[in-house]
Design a protein around this ligand. Structure first.
Ligand code: SF4
Ligand code: SF4
Length: 127
């Protein structure tokens, strides 16, 4: 989802305040050194936890810092779950992500649109 560089996610954060982030227990630091801090999670069942805040109404991950739609960052970026890592903004991989669009819409944000390549200027002609 988030990249270190400035990108759409750094000015969004909508999915972190829309979906429940369910995570396999094995991804927490109780099972995996450097994993998601267990004290930021709540038990969901015998196998899964949720990141605190994402199971609330309205949901907002407790690791999400900043203002949605303006400027945000993940306070556990390096330790975030695979579900977070695998969630990509629309068009990052060349396709739309309807769930990204859905989360953004819920927060009043337009879907991301692909950026067209700039037209070449003064492109040298072949002889
Ligand atoms: S909703 Fe899309 S653009 Fe917004 S933070 Fe999530 S992946 Fe990034
Ligand atoms: S852990 Fe980080 S990337 Fe994952 S939902 Fe929370 S704020 Fe978003």
């Amino acid at each position: 989802m988030f990249e270190i560089e400035k990108n759409s996610c750094c000015e969004c954060g909508a999915c972190c305040a829309y979906f429940r982030a369910s995570i396999y227990w094995g991804e927490t630091d109780e099972a995996t050194p450097g994993g998601i801090p267990m004290d930021m999670c709540e038990k969901l069942n015998d196998f899964f936890v949720v990141i605190k805040g994402t199971n609330d109404l309205p949901p907002r991950c407790s690791a999400l810092m900043g203002i949605i739609g303006k400027s945000v960052h993940c306070s556990i970026y390096e330790r975030r779950a695979s579900a977070c890592r695998d969630f990509v903004p629309s068009w990052e991989n060349g396709d739309s992500n309807p769930r990204c669009d859905q989360a953004r819409a819920a927060h009043g944000l337009e879907p991301i649109v692909p950026t067209p390549w700039p037209k070449p200027r003064n492109f040298p002609r072949a002889a």
